[in-house]
Design a protein around this ligand. Structure first.
Ligand code: SF4
Ligand code: SF4
Length: 201
């Protein structure tokens, strides 16, 4: 048997005295560094469901699903590259944050998701998706008094405070008039209404 080299012998003795360099994870959890980029998590209170995080995600790992009156944002953390673009470009700056969560192993990849749901607002004329109610309210607060120029911003805000009165019966089913201009509408319908409305209606 060859004699161990001196360097290897020194390392072996040092390891005996110092203990192993490896950690005992997962028996002892690790405390990540302050700047560690772990699992992105939505904050329901600050997320307005605008979908900007999905737009900027380079891994396309956030789905925006609009069904009925609900928008669901689904983050698939098995495909996430933890780049932080969603957090950096979040409209409210606090809707999604990279946490310190790192133990993300699952047996079924379908379970590797987190999600948030928001109420969706659709055009009252054509049913097209506009955005979420919270997004409209956020824009309305941002533009302040200018929101009065656009009923799509103003009406949801009024509804929030119970201030919208019942518009009553439509004056004429076929005629486009003042009645229509105070509806929540997509940009295409609002253009059409403003261009064709009959001021008598
Ligand atoms: S508020 Fe932020 S987290 Fe929520 S959908 Fe918009 S960009 Fe994404
Ligand atoms: S951290 Fe990067 S890859 Fe992961 S969801 Fe956010 S933008 Fe997408």
């Amino acid at each position: 048997m060859k004699k161990p080299k001196l360097r290897e012998l020194k390392e072996a003795l040092t390891a005996v005295v110092k203990g192993p360099d490896t950690t005992s994870f997962p028996i002892t959890p690790l405390e990540p560094a302050e700047a560690f980029r772990g699992q992105p998590l939505y904050d329901e209170d600050y997320c307005i469901g605008c979908g900007a995080c999905a737009e900027v995600c380079p891994a396309r790992t956030i789905d925006v699903i609009d069904e009925g009156n609900t928008r669901t944002l689904i983050h698939h953390f098995d495909n996430c590259i933890y780049c932080g673009q969603c957090e950096a470009n979040c409209t409210t700056k606090k809707g999604i944050r990279l946490s310190h969560e790192y133990a993300l192993a699952v047996f079924d990849r379908a379970q590797a998701i987190t999600s948030v749901e928001k109420e969706l607002v659709r055009c009252e004329r054509c049913g097209e998706v506009i955005t979420t109610r919270e997004h409209l309210e956020w824009i309305a607060r941002k533009v302040g008094s200018l929101a009065v120029a656009n009923p799509t911003l103003l009406v949801p805000l009024h509804q929030r405070f119970g201030a919208t009165t019942d518009p009553g019966e439509r004056p004429d089913e076929k005629k486009v008039g003042r009645y229509d201009s105070y509806m929540v509408m997509c940009p295409a319908c609002r253009r059409e209404v403003y261009l064709t409305e009959d001021w008598e209606g």
